[in-house]
Design a binder for this molecule. Sequence first.
Ligand code: HEM
Length: 398
Amino acid sequence: MTATEKAGTRVGAFPQDRTCPYEPPAGYREVAGAGPISRVALYDGREVWAISGHAEARRLLADPRLSTDRRNPAFPATTEAIGRVRTRFTPPLVGVDDPVHKVQRGMLISSFTHRRISDLRPRIRETAERVLGSLIATGAPADLVTAFAQPLPSMVMCHLLGVPYEDHDYFEERTTRMLSGENPAIAMGELRTYLLDLAGPNRHRLNEGLFGDLVSAPEGEVGREDLVDLTIVILGAGFETTASMLSLGIFTLLDNPERLAELRADPALWPAAAEELLRYLAITDGITRVATEDIEVAGRTIGKDDGIIFLTSVLNRHDEVRDRPDVLDWHRPTRNHVAFGFGAHQCLGQNLARAILEIALQSLFERLPDLRLATAAAEIPFKPGAAVQGLVQLPVTW
Ligand code: HEM
C-alpha cells in the first residue's frame, strides 16, 4: 500500500506489509523522504508520529519522557488484537518505565553478560548440530521454519533458563502458540503453570540457569508469580525474534548467492555477516512508544499522549549507519544500527542473539552445501508488517 499525503498526514495503515521480505515497505521510504518525523495513520485511523530520522530516533528512544506502559489508553496499538489487550495488561520489563524498569532489568543483567554468553557458545553449537542431525535424518524437502529456525532458539532458551531439556518440545509448542497461535492466553496460562511448578514442587528438576537464579534469590519485593511473568517476557522477546531472524537470514542468503559464496569462501566473515543481516533485515520494524510530556523534535512538537512509531527498516538504511546502506555487504563497518532498539529498553539478549545467528547460519551452510529454495523466492510466504518480520514457511531442498 502506498502512503499518500492528505492534510499533512500520510494515510494508509501503518505498520505496512513489505513487498520483498528483506526490503522496507515503499510507504516507509516515502515517509523517510519527507523528513525525519511525519504524521501517519494506524489501522484504526488514529494518527501517530512516524520517526524515520536516525539521529532523531536515537535521541527519542533514549528520552525518559517516552513511555512503554501499555495501560496508558494513549499507547498506540498497531493491530486490532493488540488494541484489545492493551489497557488491561502491560508486560513486566518491556512494558514498564523507570524506576520499576531499572530494578527488573538489574535482576536479569548478569545472565546476559559477554562472559555468560561465551560460556553458552559450545552448547549452542552442540544444539545446532543436533537439530541439523534430525533435519538431515528426516531428509529433503523440509520447511526450515519448523525444522530449524524455531526448535534451535527454543532449545537454547531452555538451556539459558535451566528448564529440563526433555521438556523442550512442550516448551517450544507453548511458546509458539503463545506468540502466534489462535489462543495465546491459553498457551501463556499453561506456561505459567509449568514454570510455577518448576519453581515449587518440581524444583529438583530445574537445572542451573536464569530461572533458577531468579527463584532461588531471597524473596524480596518481587513475588514468585511476577518472576514467572518476567521469565515469560524473556521467552516472548527472545524466541520469535531469533527464529524470525534465522528464517529470513537464510532466505536472504539463498536469494543472494554471490553474498553466500563469499561466506562459504571465508568463514571468518560470519560474525560480520550476522551483524549486517541484523541491520539489513530490521525484523522489529515498528517499535512503539507514547509521549508523557510535550517534546520538541526537528522543528515539530510531539504532544503529551501522542503515539510514536519507529520505522526501524528505514532507520537502518540511513547513510549515518553506513555507506551504501541499501547494499548487503559485510566488508564495511556498520555503525549504530537500531535492530536491537536503543536506550533503556535496548535488547537485553543481543549478545545471545548474535551468538545463535552466527553459529546457526554457519553450521547450516557448512552441513548442507547444496541447500537451495524448493520453490520460487516470490512464492515464499512471509509475515505481515505488524508482526516481527519473518517467514511463515521456508521450503528448501539439498
Ligand atoms: C535477532 C534477535 C533479536 C532481535 C532483533 C531483538 C530485538 C529487540 C528490540 C528491538 C528490543 C527493544 C524493543 C523496544 O525498545 O521496545 C528488544 C528488547 C528485548 N529483547 Fe531482544 N531481540 C532479539 C533477541 C533476543 C533474545 C535472544 C533475548 C533473550 C533471550 C531477547 C530479550 C530481550 C528483552 C528481555 C528485551 C526487553 C528489554 C527491556 O525492556 O529492558 N532478545 N529486543
